[in-house]
Design a binder for this molecule. Structure first.
Ligand code: AMP
Length: 214
């Protein structure tokens, strides 16, 4: 089963994708994570995209489609979760082609709805475990008192360079201008289901599970 988690930055796509990986053995394909890895490893492409990402703009379709193509060829599991991809109509078309070339399809697109106020609150309070990627929030899910990640025990917590109000404004504009047209695109293909992303993490998990098990 292949699915897309669609929604603005801070909607909880990464958190829900990580749960699906653990619960169902699916493979999370997050272009944001792939780009951050490229940035950290200092490759030429990583250096090129670092500034674009810090500003909150989208990197080129060519780069992210290339990353996804490579992962689709090399990853194995019980289905893919596309997290943060596609973000433009061109990327959505490319994904359709890549999947059909490998004899696969797309089962569902889950749109996670969250209002802008909640997004700002979530993102400016967000930190991530540098070792395993577990996501924390200063208010709703604080870093444990012993300073160790509850998932892997590491104590290397990071805030993303683009998790500040200025980049977030750009990221939201990019979402509304370039990514939100995908809602209509997948609705027309009869793939879209909306889920309320504002609830507790476990409630959102239940809503997503009921879409996948339907
Ligand atoms: P994310 O971790 O999904 O919030 O992505 C972080 C940043 O990486 C975005 O603000 C973009 O600069 C870049 N990025 C991630 N995925 C894509 C994509 N599919 N298309 C273009 N840029 C992307």
């Amino acid at each position: 089963m292949n699915i897309i988690l669609l929604g603005p930055p801070g909607a909880g796509k990464g958190t829900q994708a990580r749960h699906l990986v653990e619960a169902r053995g699916m493979v999370q394909l997050s272009t944001g994570d792939m780009l951050r890895e490229a940035k950290d490893s200092g490759t030429e492409m990583g250096n090129r995209v670092a500034e674009v990402m810090a500003r909150g703009e989208l990197v080129t379709d060519e780069i992210v489609i290339g990353l996804i193509r490579e992962k689709l060829e090399t990853s194995k599991g019980s289905g893919f979760i596309f997290d943060g991809f596609p973000r433009t109509l061109a990327q959505a078309d490319a994904l359709g082609t890549l999947l059909s070339e490998t004899g696969q399809g797309l089962n569902a697109v889950i749109e996670m709805e969250v209002d802008d106020e909640a997004l700002v609150a979530r993102i400016t309070a967000r930190s991530t475990c540098g070792a395993c990627g577990e996501v924390y929030n200063d208010i709703t899910k604080p870093i444990p008192a012993d300073g160790k990640c509850s998932h892997c025990g590491a104590s290397d917590f990071r805030r993303r360079a683009d998790d500040n109000e200025e980049s977030l404004r750009t990221r939201l504009m990019e979402y509304y201008k370039k990514t939100s047209p995908l809602i209509g695109y997948y609705y027309a293909k009869d793939k879209l289901t909306k889920v309320n992303g504002l609830g507790e993490i476990a409630e959102v998990q239940t809503s997503i599970a009921s879409v996948l098990d339907a």
